[in-house]
Design a protein around this ligand. Structure first.
Ligand code: SF4
Length: 111
């Protein structure tokens, strides 16, 4: 098992605390408190290169990062695109099967 596998498993475990939070509650929290939902600074968002760099810079200080990630995994699943929850879409697709196996999500029919 690679260090990246262990990192993703750790994230899936961390999201377990949100497994019973209703999706509409997560949506409200992310849209009201997510940093990217606020107006950008006067000088605009920082120039970034890769999606990974954007995830680090945009989401690094976001207070609802886990809620955003949980919401995106639920609603977009493996079809996720772009930066959400501090991760790139490639990272979220790799996380998805690990996340799905945790917290009784499969039994609940979560995508
Ligand atoms: S984690 Fe990133 S994408 Fe999600 S609400 Fe926060 S800033 Fe936006």
């Amino acid at each position: 098992m690679s260090a990246d596998d262990l990192r993703l498993i750790g994230i899936a475990w961390r999201l377990d605390r949100l497994r019973w939070v209703p999706t509409d509650v997560l949506t409200d929290v992310v849209t009201s408190d997510g940093v990217c939902m606020w107006p950008p600074p006067d000088d605009g968002l920082p120039d970034t290169g890769s999606d990974g760099e954007l995830a680090d810079r945009l989401c690094g200080g976001c207070p609802v990062r886990d809620e955003c990630l949980e919401l995106e995994l639920r609603t977009a699943g493996v079809h996720t695109v772009g930066v959400w929850g501090g991760m790139t879409d490639d990272d979220r697709r790799a996380l998805h099967p690990l996340w799905l196996r945790r917290g009784e999500r499969t039994d609940r029919g979560t995508r």
